[in-house]
Ligand binder design. Structure first.
Ligand SMILES: Nc1nc2c(ncn2[C@@H]2O[C@H](COP(=O)(O)OP(=O)(O)OP(=O)(O)O)[C@@H](O)[C@H]2O)c(=O)[nH]1
Ligand SMILES: [Mg+2]
Length: 360
């Protein structure tokens, strides 16, 4: 089962209580106050779990609570800070407050880490309240209490490239050709029911992430077919690959398909159809494709390059991979995972002494 939206409840740890105590030692019957502070409660932290592609686990486990701060003790002993609860989510997860709808965090890169609920402050012990006029204060604070809250996790996958097309056009076949993914491929529409991400690698070891999503059809915005909510998984892509069945196997016209696809993308999100893209005229092994490809070339919208392939029979897809990369680079679009081959220089290792102040 694939889940890309789920609600969970989270609670940061309460602060530990401050202690009220007085030193009592032999020969020192009236020692001063020595109640220590309570520790702060633990935070609720969200981090990215690279490789994870579904929120399914949260359907079964929907409650997370960080540890309470430990109470302060006599002899000025400060309570330990509560342990954080670290929630691992697929990269691309947006976290919203259910109550207000406000976005609390967006785990949009693999090294992102965000505190979504901060632990309560520990209370001060009575030794902190001693003054020159009140040397034996009984005053001390309770730890701050923290409310639990409901948050919604919504996964908008992170990929550089999105494959969009009508059902059966060959999107999943292309994904399996150019990446490490093994999506289900079958000769009927709506084989793909949820997005799949594959890693496409080049000879210089740089990689691009490619997302295959379910087929889009005319009226998807009115919930025809599988609807269009799955398009949230291509929202963050840098480039779209329009996959057309150039042979019109299902009796459609590929040029019309392209117009419909762009229209449905636009109806889902303004500006999405204007994103950088290329057109793949697939199934060029079938004779019916010849005329259609000619027609496509003639009427291709400006700014879109066309490449014709047979995902089922071509052996090498280097040309397609190269086109994707050059189109990205031509527009100076940075992709997510560029290998860092630059040697580390001494400058990288230098740090500013002021930065050290931030370290606890
Ligand atoms: N002749 C021919 N058949 C192809 C080609 N590419 C894909 N197919 C076939 O077309 C059918 C659909 O391919 P898929 O890759 O599952 O298509 P899809 O676009 O992912 O379809 P959905 O997941 O349903 O949206 C399969 O039977 C493929 O074998 C091609 O280049 N030539
Ligand atoms: Mg598919």
């Amino acid at each position: 089962m694939f889940v890309d939206k789920v609600q969970i409840s989270i609670k940061a740890g309460d602060g530990g209580n401050g202690c009220c105590s007085f030193r009592r030692e032999a020969f020192l019957p009236k020692g001063g106050p020595d109640g220590g502070d309570g520790g702060n409660g633990g935070n609720v932290v969200f981090v990215a779990a690279p490789g994870e592609q579904s929120l399914l686990d949260f359907v079964y486990n929907g409650h997370f609570e960080a540890e309470k701060g430990i109470n302060g003790k006599s002899k000025d002993m400060i309570g330990r800070r509560g342990k954080d609860v670290v929630i691992k989510v697929p990269p691309g997860t947006v976290i919203r407050s259910v109550e207000t709808g406000e976005v609390l965090a967006d785990i949009d890169s693999i090294d992102k880490e965000v505190i979504v609920a901060k632990g309560g402050k520990g209370g001060r012990g009575n030794s902190r309240f001693a003054t020159s006029t009140n040397r034996a204060p009984r005053e001390h604070e309770m730890g701050e209490k923290v409310e639990s809250m409901r948050v919604e996790l919504e996964l908008k996958m992170i990929a550089d490239i999105g494959l969009v097309g009508f059902p059966n056009a060959g999107k999943s076949t292309i994904l399996s050709d150019i990446s490490n993914a093994n999506p289900k491929i079958a000769p009927y529409p709506f084989t793909t029911l949820h997005p799949v991400i594959g890693v496409m690698q080049y000879e210089d070891f740089s990689t691009l992430l490619v997302a295959d999503v379910p087929g889009l059809i005319d009226g998807a915005h009115r919930n025809v077919g599988l609807g269009h909510t799955f398009l949230r998984h291509i929202e963050r892509t840098k480039m779209l690959v329009y996959v057309l069945d150039a042979a019109g196997v299902d009796g459609r016209d590929p040029l019309e398909d392209l117009k419909t696809l762009k229209n449905e993308l636009e109806l889902y999100m303004k500006g999405l159809s204007a994103r950088a893209g290329i057109v793949v005229a697939n199934k060029n092994d079938l004779p019916e494709s010849k005329e259609n490809i000619k027609n496509l070339k003639k009427h291709l919208p400006r700014g879109l390059k066309l490449i014709s392939i047979s995902a089922a029979t071509d052996g090498s897809f280097d040309e397609l991979k190269t086109l994707i990369r050059t189109e990205l680079e031509k527009r100076n679009i940075k992709h997510y995972f560029t290998p860092k081959n630059d040697p580390i220089t001494n400058e990288d290792l230098e740090y500013d002494i002021d930065d050290l102040d931030d370290i606890d």
